[in-house]
Design a protein around this ligand. Sequence first.
Ligand code: GTP
Ligand code: MG
Length: 185
Amino acid sequence: MKSATGPVGYPRDGLPEISFLGRSNVGKSSLINSLLGVRQLARTSSTPGRTQLINFFLINEALYFVDLPGYGYARAPVDVKRQWGPMVEQYLATRPNLVLSILISDLRHEPTRLDLQMKEWLSSRGKPFIIVATKADKLSGNQLKVSLSRGARVLDGAEMIPYSAVTRKGADRIWKEITKRTVEA
Ligand code: GTP
Ligand code: MG
């Protein structure tokens, strides 16, 4: 629908917004596409740093999915890195339409200090959020268990919803959370 770097570019129709955030390359854009059952609505890439603007996707004229640029991409150009913090923080901190943030982590890797900081920032500001752990299809059943409990430990006991953009396993639980914050709100 539209892309923005700041408030002048945000939609003005007052609809609720669900934001997707996490480290670069964790699968934010893939999660958006697979929840909607469409390919490449949000552009995905095996190269980190694909998403560099705040992208708003209008869903059924009822809500927006907001694809945020990933953080912690070490090789991003300096001006991109300098812009990331203020651009994303301004959106998360000031946007009244934001009803839920989906913090995404890659099950194959232990959540980082940045993930923990992001989670604590959201909690401390009373921003509703859920944590989704992606790429579950890349792990065996036992690896999945180990990785989920390791993630919960690193993220201070937070619950993680396992998800795969390939099989869409976990989509129902995520949609339930989204519906709770939008339709029923
Ligand atoms: P940036 O916009 O660069 O921050 O990345 P992103 O978080 O939007 O990640 P993106 O969706 O572009 O996915 C990164 C890579 O991971 C792509 O090659 C995807 O195909 C792959 N990927 C994402 N989710 C999954 C998943 O659930 N399973 C598997 N097997 N691959 C995935
Ligand atoms: Mg992306």
